[in-house]
Design a binder for this molecule. Structure first.
Ligand SMILES: NC(=O)c1ccc[n+]([C@@H]2O[C@H](COP(=O)([O-])OP(=O)(O)OC[C@H]3O[C@@H](n4cnc5c(N)ncnc54)[C@H](OP(=O)(O)O)[C@@H]3O)[C@@H](O)[C@H]2O)c1
Length: 311
């Protein structure tokens, strides 16, 4: 089996690729704007500009993958508001091109999306709930989903929210919080935005199960705890033995961000658990697993090591 991961330099790919190696016997092809060095015998890296339709098409036809995982996205929510053309090119047009290439190769396409496709008035949301994005990021991600719905290929959309536990150079929300804690800098966290943060491994496990079972349709991933960002960051501080006084409660209005956010977002994961057998992780277990993962790395930041060794 051949699996092609597009956006292999993304935060999610930092967890997905090792899991694909561990849990499948597939040959893994990585496509990225960056040169990804690997001497693993099952990995082939392809450096290209995936926004160039012809290059993308040629890549898919040369690899002839059974499954393509699309992790390419313009994920800067405020940035999407300001550069709508770029948001559309990355989050919609590229998905359309990819779907066409997958049709030529008869490949399944697994695409990752977000709870920002909902308006956030009454989350958490099920797959069957009515969408209604309140930001351009959410609108573009929804349009990307819709492009698949009419593509005529075997497609799956995995929606997720507040992904943490990744190991890429670019920090996810948790890694950003830990960097600030390490520098003993305060972290402003909103008390009025709710979600169920996703341990990245659960997202990746869902993607792998969708490939294994060649399942199509929309699937939600998220953790078992529904909480505000403030509560999440406070739990991080407690677990990493950082004074909780560094966590500064603010409201969304205080932040004055460019794009609107869903206030009660988050995703109900019953379908994913029952149909794919993926068990979602609690915040506590996710943080402990990530802390363990950090300890396995050779050089975690000094301050963090102190916090870790104290436990
Ligand atoms: N992170 C979250 O909390 C979160 C929450 C909800 C949904 N999601 C969804 O999950 C998926 C993966 O998210 P992620 O956080 O892992 O993504 P990410 O770290 O932001 O990476 C996205 C990747 O997209 C590619 N990319 C971005 N802008 C590009 C451009 N202008 N031209 C070409 N390529 C570009 C890059 O791939 P290369 O580096 O390989 O070139 C980049 O690494 C996305 O679909 C996102 O919408 C994420």
């Amino acid at each position: 089996m051949n699996i092609l991961v597009i956006g292999a330099g993304s935060r999610t790919a930092s967890v997905l690729v090792p899991m694909l190696l561990d849990e499948t016997t597939a040959s893994i092809h990585l496509a990225s704007s960056a040169r990804i060095a690997s001497d693993h015998e099952r990995i082939t890296s392809h450096q290209l500009d995936v926004t160039r339709r012809e290059d993308l098409h040629n890549l898919v036809l040369s690899v002839m993958p059974n499954a393509v995982v699309n992790l390419v996205a313009y994920t800067d929510v405020d940035g999407c508001e300001q550069d709508r053309a770029l948001a559309w090119r990355i989050n919609v047009t590229l998905v359309e091109h990819l779907a066409r290439a997958c049709r030529s190769a008869d490949a399944q396409l697994i695409h990752v999306s977000t709870d920002y496709v909902f308006d956030g008035s009454r989350g958490p949301y099920a797959e069957t709930d009515t969408v209604g994005p309140v930001s351009y990021y959410g609108k573009s991600k929804l349009a990307g989903e819709n492009a698949l719905a009419t593509s005529g290929i075997d497609w799956s959309v995995v929606r997720t929210n507040v992904v943490y536990g990744t190991m890429a150079d670019k920090p996810d929300f948790l890694a950003w919080v830990l960097q600030r804690f390490d520098a003993r800098e305060p972290v402003k966290a909103v008390t009025d935005q709710y979600s169920n943060p996703t341990f990245c491994d659960d997202l990746c496990e869902t993607i792998i199960e969708l490939i294994n079972r060649r399942r199509t349709g929309i699937y939600h991933t998220g953790g078992t705890d529904y909480l505000s960002r403030y509560e999440f960051v406070t739990r991080v501080a407690e677990l990493f033995h950082v004074p909780t006084s560094l966590v500064v409660p603010v409201t969304t209005a205080d932040l004055n961000q460019t794009a609107r956010r869903p206030m009660r977002g988050g995703l109900i994961t019953l379908k994913t658990s029952s149909e794919l057998g993926v068990r979602m992780t609690s915040v506590e277990h996710g943080l402990v697993a990530f802390r363990y993962r950090l300890l396995q790395k050779t050089k975690p930041p000094q301050g963090l090591m102190r916090g870790l060794q104290g436990t």
